[in-house]
Design a protein around this ligand. Structure first.
Ligand code: GRG
Length: 297
């Protein structure tokens, strides 16, 4: 496990350094927005960026995938800034310090998120990898972040609150058409959290020029990991007497024990897929193995 931590630390350090240069060094005439962006991009674990870089390398990439690692981490940061806003999850703290909107105000929270989302695409465009791979990567990023991915998942997550507050009576109560509560939660996890991990692994494979079959397998592995990651987060919350009881979570819907089993199955599936397409040394498979032992062992 020590090797895994070393590798993660090393990838995180390189992403942190490149992020600081990309955001604090960004040329714009409005220092306040740059300050809010820099604040919001500091301090994450950089798992998604690390998955981009390690997948790229494991599949034979020998160029620089960093612009895409930064892009996915900027999208991750934007999603957290917006998720913390009073109109969403209304959280005061993020990454161990006041959330962006608590430090800079609500309007700046909205704008810092917007600016990070757009900077993600500007940054991805600076990649010097073959242009057709860059375009495919940008498309994958947009798909993962948007209505078919994270934004769609966030809508499902907010729906219980939204239904009390519906402006348009014609809005379907169940936007995903999922009437089974557990299936609805699973879909929400796949979109809200799974999709960005899926995108991270797919990006590494796309940029390395891997065949479609491998891109799909990498994406499946990322998705399995991401859904398990979300289940583990909710299990941790539930076992600490989590307060979000109005929110639908898998532990609350199917029981803690069954949710735990699903997380185990997801991580095992991730491990198996990773072994098949990238061998035993691939970071994502080792990360899944680590989570199995440290969080579920
Ligand atoms: C606002 C469009 C929009 C989307 C928000 C992912 C998300 C959607 C909200 C996050 C809610 C949340 C805290 C979920 C728990 C699991 C999770 C994804 C945690 C954050 O990811 P980490 O732990 O965060 O990788 P760091 O800070 O390390 O980047």
């Amino acid at each position: 496990m020590e090797d895994l931590f070393k590798e993660l630390d090393c990838l995180k350090a390189s992403i942190d350094e490149a992020m600081e240069a990309a955001v604090s060094g960004y040329r714009c005439d409005v220092p306040l927005i740059r300050e809010a962006m820099a604040y919001s991009t500091e301090g994450g674990k950089r798992l998604r960026g690390a998955i981009v870089l390690s997948t790229y390398k494991s599949l034979g990439g020998n160029g620089d995938a960093m612009p895409f690692a930064l892009a996915i981490e900027m999208i991750q940061a934007y999603s957290l800034v917006h998720d913390d806003l009073p109109c969403m999850d209304d959280a005061d703290m993020r990454r161990g310090r006041p959330a962006c909107h608590k430090k800079f105000g609500e309007a700046m929270g909205v704008l810092a998120g917007d600016a990070l989302l757009t900077l993600a695409f500007e940054t991805a465009c600076t990649s010097d990898l073959p242009p057709y791979r860059v375009v495919e990567g940008i498309r994958a990023l947009a798909y993962g972040a948007g209505a078919a991915g994270m934004v769609g998942g966030q809508v499902l997550d907010l729906q219980p609150e939204m239904s009390n507050d519906r402006i348009d009576e014609a809005t379907p109560a169940d936007p995903a058409g999922q009437s089974d509560p557990a299936e609805r939660v699973r879909l929400m996890y796949r979109l809200k959290t799974g999709r960005l991990f899926e995108t991270a692994a797919r990006l590494g494979a796309i940029l390395a020029g891997a065949p479609d079959k491998i891109v799909r397998r990498a994406g499946d592995a990322g998705m399995s990991f991401g859904v398990a990651f979300q289940i583990l987060d909710d299990i941790e919350d539930a076992s600490q007497g989590g307060t979000e009881d109005q929110k639908a979570t898998l532990p609350a819907t199917i029981s803690l024990e069954k949710a735990r089993e699903e997380a185990i199955m997801g991580l095992q599936r991730c491990q198996e897929l990773c072994r098949q397409f990238a061998g035993p040394d691939y970071l994502l498979g080792r990360l899944a193995a680590h989570y199995l032992v440290s969080k579920l062992g």
